[in-house]
Design a protein around this ligand. Structure first.
Ligand code: M6R
Length: 368
């Protein structure tokens, strides 16, 4: 059932173009108007929402971090992201007009389940983003967006993550549509960009040979850092988590702007640092990221740069350049995560680890 792949994880990484496509299927009409039929909260109720709190654990939490950038930008509704176990025990302020979005691939994660039970008691509305039909978290929620990734067997989440992102984008666009924040054309334009994502992800997968060479080269690395900004920051955290889980290597993700507030002290000769560069645009994100890369390289870091394929400005500062298709900043996590998933999978394979069942981990964490 691994379809010729050595690991379920690798198979699931390569399934992502299909999974993302399925996640989008039937969610909008020809004109790009969204229809999310599993949302059993009326449009009137959605118009009343004045705060969103996104909860989840591990990779689901990182999907939530990306969602915050997109949902606040499109809807202007204040949006918090919190680890489910922290949320549950801090006595959060919830009202009828709070929308709690619980993200869980399995739908059985105890920390997330306890958190939504708490939210339901406080009369908040709960929407689940989940991959497992009929699991406990969606059953106990007011609404659910299923991610349609198909069963995810590998303990490390891959297609689970990318389809959570798709569901979050759809939710943000849907809320914007219902509340009239953005009208027809703008929503339709983002939907059109989303529709191109399966092909973009396929291209990243097809061009992944350099990632395998990279894994060979960093065999024996003791520590690896990941830097990102904006929507690329959660991608950095996700890249680091994958490496910890699969290769048991110390790895950390940072927001690039945070470097000079401490982490830059870690940079030393030969330290591998993955840098996720935002697409070039009207904002300063791209240029600020380039300055960060220059700073760490001047201190001896080995920079592995993920950037738009024709981003010539960054090439002089890249020891290794991993090209990404040109996509909108908010959607970039869908393409930027792929090489990081492949890198961890490949490195762990070379190290002789069990990629599908890493030590000490369970696919679904059903105890708090
Ligand atoms: O099933 P869930 O999405 O609720 O699981 C949450 C985390 O346990 C999960 O994402 C975990 O971090 C993965 N092993 C990450 O690869």
């Amino acid at each position: 059932e691994k379809d010729g792949y050595d690991w379920f994880m690798r198979k699931e990484i390569f399934e992502q173009p299909r999974a993302i496509g399925d996640g989008l299927l039937g969610r909008h009409d020809e004109a790009g108007q969204l229809q999310l039929d599993e949302v059993r909260i009326s449009d009137d109720e959605l118009r009343e929402i004045d705060k969103i709190i996104i909860i989840g654990c591990g990779t689901a939490n990182y999907a939530g971090m990306v969602a915050k950038y997109a949902i606040e930008h499109w809807t202007r509704i204040p949006c918090e992201v919190e680890l489910a176990h922290e949320f549950r025990y801090r006595d959060p302020i919830l009202t009828r007009n709070t929308l709690v979005v619980a993200i869980s691939q399995s739908g059985e994660t105890a920390d997330t389940l306890m958190a939504i039970r708490h939210a339901v008691k406080q009369k908040a509305r709960v929407l689940a983003i989940c991959n497992t039909n009929g699991s406990t978290i969606p059953r106990e929620s007011d609404a659910v967006i299923y991610t349609h990734a198909g069963p995810e067997i590998g303990v490390a989440s891959t297609k689970g993550f990318s389809t959570q992102l798709v569901a979050c984008y759809l939710l943000g666009l849907y809320l914007a549509q219902v509340r009239g924040n953005k009208f027809g054309d703008e929503i339709a334009a983002v939907v059109r960009e989303l529709e191109k994502m399966p092909a973009h992800v396929q291209r990243v997968l097809d061009d992944s040979a350099s990632v395998y060479e990279l894994a060979q080269r960093f065999l024996g690395a003791r520590s690896v850092l990941f830097l990102g900004r904006h929507a690329g920051f959660p991608v950095a955290l996700e890249g680091a988590l994958k490496l910890k889980e699969l290769a048991y290597i110390h790895a950390e993700g940072f927001a690039a702007g945070e470097l000079k507030h401490g982490p830059i002290a870690l940079i030393e000769e030969g330290l591998p640092v993955f840098c996720i560069v935002p697409p070039r645009g009207r904002d300063q994100l791209h240029d600020k990221m380039i300055s960060a890369i220059q700073e760490i390289r001047a201190r001896g870091a080995l920079t592995i740069v993920l950037a738009e394929e024709d981003d010539d400005e960054v090439v002089p500062y890249a020891d290794v350049f991993i090209p990404l298709p040109t996509v909108p900043t908010l959607l970039q996590p869908l393409v930027a995560t792929i090489p990081l998933q492949l890198f961890s999978c490949e490195l762990a394979t070379l190290m002789g680890h069990d990629v599908d069942q890493p030590r000490n981990l369970a696919k679904s964490v059903t105890v708090e």
